[in-house]
Ligand binder design. Structure first.
Ligand SMILES: *Cc1c(COP(=O)(O)O)cnc(C)c1O
Length: 381
């Protein structure tokens, strides 16, 4: 009887997967602070070609974490997203995009991608009956996010994969918010899983980076375009991302736990009129999120009774969360999407998207849950 080995848990893979030989016995991979390498039998090695040792180790690790064939570390999340979209689409093609995209992605799609001759239709991920009617003969790709910002919606990702296969579309997902710890998008069937590694993958708010993970041929093609576009990650930043990513499991477990506890506390308070968090029973896609994800993540948004004035006072009084944009680091951050991520939208567009002026988004860090709860308790009082 043959024994099929149990696949290693993600905790172990984060530490050991993709690591090469120990150079001079060094336990940590050294930083190859060099732009180019001597000619030998191997292909030309150059940082912009994404084939230097600090990049290769990350490429191997990222692929294994999402159960994918290949991966490519990039100079930012937007480098990953733009290279993947440019690879999936040609002039004259049509893209179906979820109607609540990250601001930078939305702007890229509406400006440069449009200038390159690609047309786009935005779809409501909660109304699958509407998707068919948006298909055109030149529709080539479909783009979604695993958890949307800032209202943390979770669309029917299985149905998106089925739909893309039925209609021969390249499927792309921005998996930044869920991370490979909570959702393995490539293993779930997406052709491209894209990340802003600036957020949870690195986790320490000290690097800007991205990743393209997915099917071998698609990642290869994107890699060629990335060489032209120049969005490669330098060796020192690779080293920092490598170090950050190895604690992803520990951090995500804590983000999941702390955010859940804080969300439950906030929901119990009369001063809080609305809490958006996929781990709450009150979240419209809670059951789906529980089925698809290993955890509900660290992002939540709230609305306070009393609107903007009260919200600003509460933000002033909070001691632990830092008032700053971005997310996914070990420290809790808070921001108002209306004046940050969604400031580029008109008030009417924000209204349609359900983003009110006093909506407060919290990137819950890995602090002790009780400390955060008590901080919110005193601020609300
Ligand atoms: C931050 C972010 C991006 C862009 O990533 P950069 O690393 O800033 O280029 C893309 N998608 C999502 C969901 C993000 O949060």
């Amino acid at each position: 009887m043959s024994i099929v080995p149990r696949p290693l848990a993600i905790d172990t893979q984060l530490i050991h997967a993709g690591e090469g030989d120990r150079i001079e016995g060094a336990i940590r991979m050294p930083i190859f602070q060099t732009a180019m390498f001597e000619h030998d039998e191997s292909p030309l090695r150059y940082v912009r070609y994404n084939n230097t040792p600090n990049q290769i180790v990350l490429n191997r690790k990222l692929a294994i974490l999402e159960g994918a064939d290949e991966a490519l570390v990039t100079g930012s999340g937007m480098a990953a997203i733009s290279a993947a979209l440019i690879t999936a689409l040609k002039p004259g093609d049509h893209l179906l995009a979820q109607n609540s995209l990250y601001g930078g992605t939305h702007s890229f799609v509406r400006t440069l991608l449009t200038d390159l001759g690609v047309t786009v239709s935005f779809f409501d991920a909660d109304v699958p009956e509407s998707w068919n009617s948006l298909l055109q003969t030149n529709t080539r790709a479909i783009y979604v996010e695993s958890i949307t910002n800032p209202l943390v919606r979770v669309c029917d990702l299985e149905r998106i994969v089925d739909f893309s296969r039925a209609h021969n579309l390249v499927s792309l997902i921005d998996n930044t918010f869920a991370t490979p710890f909570n959702y393995q998008a490539a293993a779930a069937g997406f052709d491209y899983s894209l990340h802003s590694a600036t957020k949870y993958l690195n986790g320490h708010s000290d690097v800007v980076a991205g990743a393209i993970i997915g099917k071998g041929d698609w990642v290869h093609k994107a890699g060629k375009n990335l060489k032209h576009l120049g969005g490669s990650l330098d060796p020192h930043a690779c080293f920092l991302l490598h170090r950050g990513i190895q604690t992803l499991a520990l951090r995500m477990r804590q983000h999941n736990t702390t955010a859940q506890a804080l969300a439950e506390f906030l929901e119990s308070r009369s001063e809080v009129s609305q809490v958006y968090y996929p781990g709450l029973n009150s979240h419209p896609q809670h059951k789906r999120a529980a089925r698809l994800f290993g955890g509900f993540g660290g992002m939540l948004s709230i609305e306070l009774d009393g609107g903007l004035k009260v919200t600003e006072r509460v933000m002033d009084r909070l001691q632990i969360p830092v008032y700053a944009p971005s997310l996914g680091g070990i420290e809790s951050l808070m921001t108002r999407p209306a004046i940050s991520s969604h400031a580029g939208l008109t008030p009417q567009e924000r209204k349609t998207a359900g983003i009110r002026d006093h909506l407060l988004r919290i990137s819950v860090g890995i602090e002790d849950s009780q400390d955060l709860i008590e901080d919110f308790e005193q601020a609300l009082a």
